[in-house]
Design a protein around this ligand. Sequence first.
Ligand code: NAP
Length: 254
Amino acid sequence: MTENSDRTVVVTGGSRGIGRAICKAFAEPGTRIFFNYFSPADPEGEKAAAEETIALVRQNGAEAQGMWANVAVPAEVSQFFDQVMEATGRVDVLVNNAGILRDALMARMKEADWDAVLSVNLKGPFLCTQAAARIMAKQRSGRIVNMASVVGVIGNIGQANYVAAKAGLIGLTKTAAKEYASRGVTVNAVAPGFIDTDMTAGLPEKVRTAMLASIPLGRSGSPEDVAGVVRFLASDAAAYLTGQVLHVSGGMVM
Ligand code: NAP
């Protein structure tokens, strides 16, 4: 056990990719990890993915539960947090990680794709932060980490919806940091660059090569590269950090 092990950690979108690596990074004896996931397209596949995250977390001696809940739907978010509270009575860490892409050039972007990305990537973190911060304020302690993106700072062609949501998430991070600081809650953001997950797997080879050329460290990031920084932000070592955006991009953005 470490000084940070006896706690309840909530991760949105923990079934795959960066979210799964975050669940694993927090897994140690004494820690209770709750994550959600939501894939209307492939419920069985996602259930299997969630089971894999649970197995990995339990291997490291932590408790784990995965729940089906859409972060963009208020009733599902409150039900998710009610279940966490029923099981453990507290929320020490919230990682707003769940996110989706619906890329298109602005001239062709459909309103439905704008709405879907803003709902999951920005309204979702707002709803989860409200629910968690209410609990953390009563506890007088808590850590919230939001998964932004470097493109939320520098912009990106073909991603108006995603970029607007991530830029908004950085604004939300800073506002929540100011509003909850007096309650002992810190709120920070991580801005990953190019990380190898399902989200980036479909990129054309030309785009991938161009991206890699723009990374001073000369490689794409792994989900573990991001998870380690999230874990740091939720540790005692980061007690005096709030309202910050840490770029995890191999130097892509400085
Ligand atoms: P991923 O592999 O596509 O995983 C996304 C996760 O979010 C899945 O667990 C997914 O669950 C969950 N999710 C999606 N919609 C949800 C919803 N409405 N409610 C609850 N959960 C939902 O993506 P990733 O690459 O790990 O990305 C994780 C985060 O990092 C995202 O916020 C992304 O924007 C950000 N990011 C990624 C990169 C990168 O290069 N990969 C770079 C910068 C930022 P289901 O599978 O069940 O849908």
